[in-house]
Design a protein around this ligand. Structure first.
Ligand SMILES: [Zn+2]
Ligand SMILES: [Zn+2]
Length: 149
């Protein structure tokens, strides 16, 4: 992972969150993966390393991180519910309709909302771009092209 960002302890301190061992581990792990894990996936990944970790702690910690803006929520409609992203650089999400994996597409700026006509009286505070389709792997294995049907 080549992310030139401050370490997790530093980020927690900067946001006024007491840096417990569990919080550091959760933030470290979420920032180190690009899989956009669900809360359940975070729990499964860390339960061996931190035997005292509970699902409730993982959920509430991720919720806190999102509230503070140090982790992003990636809405998606799998059964697993919300997924999380520790990469705060501007990027769009591409979700493969077949395998459900979420891929990052880099982009130059967070200001996606400039692309839209924002009606008077609305203040845009954040934006996310969600694209869907087939990843290269699934496209290669998809049944013959439906476009000609
Ligand atoms: Zn796929
Ligand atoms: Zn992402």
């Amino acid at each position: 992972m080549n992310r030139k960002q401050p370490d997790s302890r530093e980020i927690l301190r900067a946001h006024g969150i007491p840096a417990s061992v569990q919080r550091i581990a959760i933030l470290d792990w979420v920032r180190s993966v690009s899989s956009h894990p669900s809360a359940e996936a975070v729990f499964q990944a860390l339960r061996e390393e931190i035997p005292t970790l509970s699902r409730t702690t993982v959920y509430s910690t991720l919720h806190l991180f999102c509230e503070k803006g140090i982790v992003l929520q990636v809405p998606c409609n799998d059964s697993e519910g919300m997924r999380f992203d520790g990469d705060l650089r501007p990027h769009a999400h591409f979700r493969c309709e077949q395998c459900g994996e979420i891929f990052d597409f880099a982009c130059a700026s967070h200001e996606f909302s400039r692309q839209f006509e924002v009606p008077d009286g609305f203040t845009v505070r954040s934006s996310q771009v969600a694209l869907t389709g087939l990843c290269p792997h699934c496209a290669a294995t998809a049944p013959a092209c439906k476009a000609h049907a």
